[in-house]
Write a protein that binds this ligand. Structure first.
Ligand code: SF4
Length: 339
């Protein structure tokens, strides 16, 4: 029995046979946490392969920088996700913490900001009250989400708050699908492939049944690219630039080559990170300044290609599907990112 099977089995609703995937027909809502990166894309395509009707799938994209910010993420990501959702005929909903990464990082004896999320009937707002807290430092490069607060506060908690506060999930069965893979890090290898979601309240008054499935947890990178190739989907522009994983453009886990590339793409943005390092007296990488990191690396060759302007644009105008699909430069390349 594979690790994924064992994990599912432990949580399975039968003690006689392992469950290798949830009963997809049993869910009213299937939410794919969609970053625009290859693993979340593979999740979506896998659901389509399994015959899930598009009418029951929705994509959720968490805006790391909030509605207005520009500090961390790829400018093109939001538009890329929108275009892809439209091409597949699947709705996409955006959600974010007000002020995004930057406001959370600058918290100074204040509560964490409210969360906004789109739904079928409009925009909801929740939270914004709570214990006073001070950060004034970058998240730590760690697998521990309590110190690497960006993933928890800007993605995981935002999704959970949206599910808890949207009445359409009350009395329903909802499946949240995310694209973490065991191969990415020892930390991710320990994640269960299937478990109750943190917003689950199946026994409570709201009878909100929410499961969390990681369908590509046991997949290799080759399998991920293979399904993307089969559907001929044009990968996110960052892959064409040479990035092996696509998350925030200025991810705290960035390698020297990535920082060198990002500095070519967005010199002012890297200068802002350097200014915050000065202000906090703490560097983004803890051991090296962002300038040192960039100086240690070499920009990816594709940084001088047409993909530079595309990645830095707020509007994605490239085709979603390619007639002649080929691997982008970043495929099987440097794979640094959240652990
Ligand atoms: S991609 Fe990197 S910087 Fe962005 S939220 Fe994840 S760990 Fe944090």
């Amino acid at each position: 029995m594979s690790m994924a099977q064992r994990q599912v089995f432990l949580f399975g609703e039968t003690d006689t046979a392992p469950i290798t995937s949830p009963d997809l027909q049993s869910y009213d809502h299937i939410i794919v946490a969609f970053s625009g990166g290859k693993d979340s894309l593979a999740c979506l395509l896998h659901l389509l392969d399994l015959g899930v009707p598009r009418t029951r799938i929705e994509l959720w994209h968490h805006r790391i920088d909030g509605a207005e910010g520009t500090l961390m993420d790829w400018p093109v990501t939001e538009s890329y996700c929108e275009m892809l959702a439209a091409a597949f005929g699947i709705p996409i909903f955006f959600s974010w913490k007000e002020g995004g990464f930057e406001r959370e990082m600058l918290r100074n004896e204040s509560p964490t900001a409210p969360i906004h999320f789109q739904s079928v009937d409009g925009l909801y707002t929740t939270g914004g009250v709570g214990p006073q807290g001070t950060r004034r430092k970058f998240p730590q490069v760690s697998g521990n989400l309590s110190v690497r607060w960006c993933s928890a506060y800007l993605k995981i908690d935002v999704a959970a708050a949206a599910i808890r506060n949207d009445p359409r999930f009350v009395g329903k069965r909802t499946l949240v699908v995310t694209g973490e893979r065991a191969e990415e890090s020892p930390g991710r290898a320990k994640y269960a492939a299937f478990e109750p979601h943190k917003a689950d309240r199946r026994g409570g008054k709201s009878r909100r049944h929410v499961d969390h499935w990681r369908p590509v947890h046991a997949w290799s990178e080759s399998e991920v690219w293979e399904i993307i190739r089969r559907y001929r989907v044009n990968p996110h522009p960052a892959y064409w630039l040479g990035f092996g994983r696509v998350s925030c453009m200025k991810c705290i886990f960035g390698s020297p080559d990535q920082w060198a590339t990002v500095r070519v793409l967005d010199p002012k943005g890297v200068a802002r990170i350097a200014e915050y390092e000065q202000e906090f007296g703490l560097t983004i990488h803890r051991l090296n300044t962002v300038t040192d990191r960039a100086n240690q690396g070499t920009p990816y060759p594709m940084v001088s290609s047409k993909w530079r302007a595309i990645a830095m644009s707020k509007r994605y105008d490239e085709p979603v599907f390619l007639d002649h699909w080929e691997y982008p430069d970043g495929a099987f390349g440097e794979s640094v990112g959240p652990t």
